[in-house]
Design a protein around this ligand. Structure first.
Ligand code: SF4
Length: 212
């Protein structure tokens, strides 16, 4: 087992000089800049090619992601895949990551239930996301859900009011937020789920013109 570095409040000192995606991922595997490494099975770093135009940023890995070590491979990731296909976007042309790279959860019976990361955990993990953005230099960043949107666009940002709008930002030429696909999965009934899925695809379709 690799020796871990001393605990610290931000991952900034762990970013390797002249990083590549693989050196970043390796360094993040040993991160203990917040306490979430104690709960998660492993660091779940972003995934995708170095040269892509679109970066999706979610909140944190879920149960399946935590076990597999790959982002967006669980039910929400499969919904994202389907929505991308419906919008005419190849997932291989995207990079997917999260604002927090460890799964935060609490037990409920035998299940591990998602628990929202707090502002200290988000801040501690921020250097990894900034390094990913700096390397990939995406044309478009899409925040998925309120945690990612507020982390990238400010605490005042409201996905309910501003979803699908391109927001001026220094992070990328185009930055947009929409719902997290897990919120669609939690819809109370089939009709709402289908409606929300269509709205999600409509938001993603706004990217297609930008990435041709
Ligand atoms: S959540 Fe982020 S900052 Fe916290 S230990 Fe994991 S990789 Fe490091």
């Amino acid at each position: 087992m690799p020796k871990r570095k001393a605990a610290q409040s931000s991952a900034v000192d762990l970013i390797p000089p002249r990083p590549t995606l693989s050196s970043l991922k390796n360094a993040a595997a040993d991160c203990r800049a917040c306490d979430l490494w104690k709960k998660g099975t492993q660091t779940v770093f972003g995934a995708g090619a170095r040269r892509v135009k679109v970066m999706f940023v979610g909140e944190q890995p879920g149960n399946e992601e935590d076990l597999s070590g790959k982002p967006f491979v669980g039910p929400a990731g499969r919904l994202l895949d389907k929505a991308l296909e419906a919008a005419g976007i190849n997932r291989k042309q995207t990079y997917v990551t999260n604002v927090v790279k460890h799964f935060k959860w609490e037990p409920r019976g035998k299940r591990r239930i998602h628990k929202k990361p707090n502002s200290q955990e988000i801040a501690a993990c921020r250097p990894w996301l900034e390094a990913e953005i700096a390397l990939i230099k995406p044309d478009v960043i899409v925040a998925l859900g309120a945690t990612a949107a507020q982390s990238l666009l400010g605490a005042q940002f409201r996905v309910t009011k501003q979803r699908g709008e391109f927001i001026p930002s220094t992070l990328a030429p185009f930055v947009m937020a929409t719902v997290h696909p897990s919120s669609i999965l939690r819809a109370p009934d089939d009709e709402t789920r289908q409606l929300e899925s269509r709205r999600f695809v409509d938001d993603l379709k706004k990217l297609t013109k930008l990435i041709k």
